[in-house]
Design a protein around this ligand. Structure first.
Ligand SMILES: Cc1cc2nc3c(=O)[nH]c(=O)nc-3n(C[C@H](O)[C@H](O)[C@H](O)COP(=O)(O)O)c2cc1C
Length: 161
């Protein structure tokens, strides 16, 4: 099966998850790349696309939105994966999902995990106790368990196709 894993990352968390997903897809023909390097015309040549992003202001990265918007033809199946700092944030793919379903493709599975933020020294100093507590709780994510979960998730996606 021809599989594309493409992602938008600013601080590297989502890229780590993307690499773990690839590890779960052994035996498949997998291309792993930032979304910025994907030609929209090529998208439809894949059987399935794993689309990943960090969450930025409750949305996904620009390269993901642009890729999906500009592709005339999409593959039939998408899988979303995303990292985020707020436990409740699960709407970052909202607009992209709408666009994908409008173009008659489907989202067959989703994976999410926490991703540590990387504030500057100044930003750290300005945090109030609650923000500091939240920041501390994210340190190390995605951790080994998150990455193992991502790998197992990818395996299951293929088994269940
Ligand atoms: C500019 C910026 C905006 C962010 N906005 C959100 C947000 O709205 N919700 C959230 O849960 N996390 C937010 N985060 C945290 C990131 O989603 C989280 O750290 C993620 O793992 C980053 O992924 P990346 O390392 O692949 O870029 C934001 C991070 C940055 C840098």
């Amino acid at each position: 099966m021809k599989i594309l894993i493409c992602y938008h990352t600013i601080t590297g968390n989502t890229e780590k998850v993307a690499k773990s997903i690839k590890q779960g897809l052994t035996g498949q023909d997998v291309t792993l790349t930032p979304a910025l390097g994907v030609d929209p015309v090529d998208l439809a040549s894949f059987d399935i696309v794993f689309l990943g992003s960090g969450t930025y202001a409750a949305s996904v990265g620009k390269s993901i939105k642009k890729l999906i918007k500009s592709a005339e033809k999409l593959p039939s199946k998408f899988v979303f994966f995303y990292t985020h700092a707020s436990p409740g944030s699960n709407k970052c793919f909202y607009r992209v999902e709408k666009e994908i379903t409008r173009k008659n493709s489907s989202i067959i599975a989703k994976f999410e995990c926490l991703g540590a933020t990387k504030p500057t020294k100044e930003q750290l100093e300005l945090m109030n106790p609650k923000q500091r507590e939240n920041y501390n709780s994210l340190i190390g994510h995605p951790d080994e368990i998150d990455l193992e979960n991502a790998k197992e998730f990818a395996k299951k996606v293929i088994v269940n196709l």
